[in-house]
Design a protein around this ligand. Structure first.
Ligand SMILES: *[C@@H]1O[C@H](CO)[C@@H](O)[C@H](O)[C@H]1NC(C)=O
Ligand SMILES: *[C@@H]1O[C@H](CO)[C@@H](O)[C@H](O)[C@H]1NC(C)=O
Length: 452
């Protein structure tokens, strides 16, 4: 008996010691309390993806952020927890072929993720499968099974933890993603609606257009709601980036400034935004001083004195337009913008506004080319266009807004106009207000007939 007791005691000491030591030793925060997972429910979600490996997170707006995805930097976790925000891990490590359809492999993968999150003091997981799944492919149900199993395991192991899934702007076949939306909507706490890349299939004329046009964003959200996705789970994901398109009809000009694209087929469509290049807002809007500034990477230099509505733009306030213009004043701006590329290929751009798509864009020419002989078009979102979409999220009673991605703003800039632009992008999110009453009740999630 005593032998047994001594043995058990020894075992208990051995078993407990490493756990206790590890837990206290590995909390990297100033206070061990900061390593506790976040358990509060935020009525207003602001969900951001963090992809940088520097200390930019210091400059995130922690008064607004409630969830940060994918960045597991321990210092970021401490900052997030101090602000009551969750940090959720990247669920993309599950290999669809090896894991999704294999119960044993699924269980092992889920257990691994939970253990990792517990050890790193993290608060959940975000799934972002974007591969095509054709209707009837069992992979669709296997994916939602994996998400459901992860949700059950996370919720059990980490009280208050959050499981989310990133979904396209519309549930209807974007990039051939015919997933089990109902199963995913049921299983998760949040659906991050990626209300961008809406030109990934261009079925009409092969021309550049907005990345996140308001009317299409509205359409997509209505489709999610009509499908039965609960408002309380929907987060409107917004782009802090745009697309730079080379135009095959170089020299286009004037009122009819359509930028014709080289047709790049994508999932059945003859033309797509793959003809362009994604560019961060910071690269589109980073403003140099009048003297020139940074030679690395593209930057905009505002050289004109065009009027923004009734307000004259001062040459000493480069880029002010981007933070202060009202959307009603956007139309046909004749603002001179200069884009300098690190490669030395400088572009001069006119920023304009498309009222139908509620999106700014810029017509650009190489500075070596004659005035008006445009060769590129850049479609992007600015604080005004982001604000409109946040208002839409408010009107629809959604749970939150979010961004891809938090590091598409310049947090290092010293130029006042640059830091103003960064702050204005954050401030635009304030146009989203959570419903005063808890999100509207919605009917049970409807299953696609194909899965019924
Ligand atoms: C951060 O990422 C960049 C680009 O991937 C890399 O070049 C750099 O070495 C990384 N820095 C650190 C501190 O890990
Ligand atoms: C399922 O996964 C387990 C664990 O990874 C593996 O041992 C097994 O071979 C897999 N089964 C099949 C049919 O692939």
């Amino acid at each position: 008996m005593w032998l047994w007791a001594v043995a058990m005691l020894a075992y208990a000491v051995i078993a407990a010691a490493p756990t206790r030591t590890r837990a206290s030793q590995t909390c990297p925060c100033s206070s061990p309390a900061l390593c506790q997972p976040i358990s509060v429910t935020h009525a207003r979600e602001v969900f951001g993806f963090s992809v940088s490996n520097d200390t930019s997170y210091d400059r995130y707006d922690w008064d607004q952020l409630t969830t940060v995805a994918w960045n597991e930097d321990p210092a970021l976790m401490c900052a997030a927890h101090a602000a009551g925000a969750r940090v959720v891990i990247d669920g993309r490590s599950a290999n669809p072929v090896a894991v999704y359809g294999n119960r044993t492999a699924r269980a092992a993968w889920v257990a691994e993720q939970v253990q990792h999150a517990v050890e790193a003091h993290l608060d959940g997981i975000n799934f972002d499968l974007e591969a095509p799944i054709l209707p009837g492919d069992p992979l669709a149900l296997e994916y939602s099974a994996l998400v459901a199993e992860a949700a059950a395991a996370f919720h059990a192991a980490i009280p208050g933890s959050q499981v989310s899934v990133d979904v396209p702007w519309s549930p209807y076949g974007v990039d051939d993603r015919h997933y089990d939306w109902a199963g995913l909507a049921e299983a998760t706490d949040l659906l991050f609606v990626m209300a961008y890349d809406t030109q990934s299939q261009i079925w009409g004329r092969c021309v550049a257009s907005a990345n996140s046009p308001l009317a299409l964003v509205q359409r997509g959200l209505q489709q999610w709601l009509q499908l039965g996705a609960p408002r309380s789970k929907l987060v409107l994901g917004l782009p802090w980036y745009g697309y730079k398109y080379p135009c095959v009809n170089s020299g286009f000009a004037g009122q009819h400034d359509l930028c014709e694209l080289s047709p790049v087929p994508f999932f059945g469509a003859p033309c797509s935004d793959a003809a362009g290049q994604q560019v961060c807002f910071s690269d589109i809007a980073a403003m140099t001083s009048a003297a020139g500034g940074d030679s690395q990477g593209p930057s905009f230099k505002f050289t004109g004195t065009g009027a923004v509505g009734s307000r004259a733009l001062s040459a000493t306030q480069p880029g002010k337009w981007i933070t202060e213009q009202q959307h009603s004043l956007h139309h046909q701006q004749q603002l001179e913008v200069e884009v300098e590329q690190g490669s030395g290929a400088a572009l001069a751009c006119h920023v304009r506004y498309d009222a139908q798509q509620e999106s700014p864009y810029a017509n650009c020419r190489r500075t070596s080319d004659a005035a008006g002989s445009y060769s590129h078009q850049i479609w992007f979102d600015d604080p005004a266009s982001i604000r409109l979409k946040c208002q839409l999220a408010t009107e629809l009673g959604l749970r939150g807004v979010g961004v891809w991605n938090l590091d598409c703003l310049d947090y290092q800039c010293v130029d006042p106009a640059c830091s103003h632009a960064t702050m204005a992008m954050w401030a635009a999110l304030q146009a989203f207000q959570a419903s005063v009453t808890p999100a509207h009740q919605t009917p049970e999630v409807q299953h696609y007939s194909v899965f019924a």
